[in-house]
Design a protein around this ligand. Structure first.
Ligand code: DAU
Length: 341
């Protein structure tokens, strides 16, 4: 197919672009290249014959319309988003703009262009914190951060285009994704790169929050599978089946790096910090897809990638990221406490 991937220079987007190119698709990467969009992520495919790059924002209707027309796009996958919960607490407005308004513009242009498949990459955070059990696709949404609420807005707007216009949309709600090329504001790459530098690891609250970890390779495989086989108008949860406490993840990655547990610092919690996410993936399993990457194996390979790609993350950590890190962590770390064990 001729597929437009928005946010293709980001973490999940860049792995998806590479995967689709490997499966004979024509891929148009539509990315505004804001702070986490990184052309280095795709330097290996930049000259590929079936790859094109458009630097533009999904809020720019004219640019979207032109890209869809010029590249005769048949399918759209929307990975473009503001994605970091902590940043949404500092500045919520940009989240509503990109994740809700931008998604709306993309949907409208896709409808006008007669696109055959539109897939919205959503998140398990739209269900809110789940103390017990697993969220199913028909559960009520209860997002609790400006990020999650904005993603819920984009997710529901997408579904409305099936009900109202019969635009053949699909929604995937993925769980916490990890792997190479993830911007080091997120938990795993932040902790791995801090540990390599012998810097403290700022663990929020009691470190007992739980997440279900999904390899980026599995996540992209699921997106491609749903694009090809999903029922229009349908939501699919995508989980890794690897639920772990944050503290255990931190201890495991320190072990892989042969660094001491004393690097862990318990710091002031994230406001409104969701305790647990867990999704029921039965619908996707029945469609014929299951994850294959075992967490400890995937985490070990990820740690190894950051260990052997220092130039990639050091360039990021010395730029815009530095001011963000200081704002987010300096005071917290000064008041933090060491790990007891
Ligand atoms: O569940 C899917 C979602 O996973 C995605 O939709 C989001 O884009 C993605 O950011 C992620 O959200 P989380 O808030 O769960 O991810 P984050 O990496 O920020 O944090 C993971 C856990 O680690 C969470 O319980 C907060 C904790 N944490 C995070 C950071 C950055 C810390 O303890 N310390 C930290 O410095």
């Amino acid at each position: 197919m001729r597929i437009l991937v928005t946010g293709g220079a980001g973490f999940i987007g860049s792995h998806l672009v590479r995967r689709l190119l490997g499966h004979d698709h024509v891929v148009v990467n539509f990315d505004a290249l804001r702070y986490s969009g990184n052309p280095d992520n795709l330097s290996d495919v930049a000259d590929h014959a079936r790859y094109a790059f458009v630097q533009a924002d999904i809020c720019d209707a004219g640019a979207v319309a032109q890209a869809l027309k010029e590249h005769r796009v048949e399918a759209v996958i929307n990975c473009a988003a503001e994605t970091h919960v902590d940043r949404s607490i500092l500045d919520p407005s940009v989240f509503a703009k990109t994740d809700v308004v931008g998604t709306g513009i993309l949907l409208e242009e896709a409808r006008k262009a007669g696109i055959q498949r539109y897939l919205q990459v959503s998140t398990d955070e739209v269900y809110g914190s789940v103390e017990l059990g697993h969220s199913r696709e028909e559960d009520l949404l209860a997002p609790r951060s400006p990020y999650a609420a904005s993603k819920a807005g984009g997710d529901l707007l997408t579904l409305s285009y099936w009900a109202t216009y019969r635009l053949p949309v699909l929604v995937t709600r993925g769980s916490n994704t990890y792997g190479p090329n993830q911007y080091p504001e997120k938990f795993i790459p932040l902790f791995v790169t801090n540990a390599i530098e012998d810097q403290p690891l700022p663990l929020y609250g009691d470190g007992r929050n739980r997440r279900d970890w999904l390899s980026v390779f599995d996540h992209c495989a699921a997106i491609e599978y749903v694009l090809a086989h999903g029922e229009p108008g349908t939501v699919y949860n995508v989980g890794g089946g690897n639920e772990r406490e944050n503290r255990a993840v931190a201890e495991t990655l320190l072990r892989y790096l042969q660094k001491p547990g004393s690097l862990i610092r318990f710091v002031q919690d994230r406001p409104g910090h969701d305790r647990r996410y867990a999704v029921d993936c039965d619908r996707l399993r029945r469609l014929g897809w299951e994850p294959t990457v075992e967490f400890e194996e995937g985490l070990r390979a990820t740690v190894e990638w950051y260990r052997t790609h220092e130039a990639w993350w050091r360039k990021i950590k010395s730029g815009e990221f530095r001011a963000y890190y200081e704002q987010m962590y300096q005071q917290r770390l000064a008041k933090g406490t060491a790990c007891a064990s």
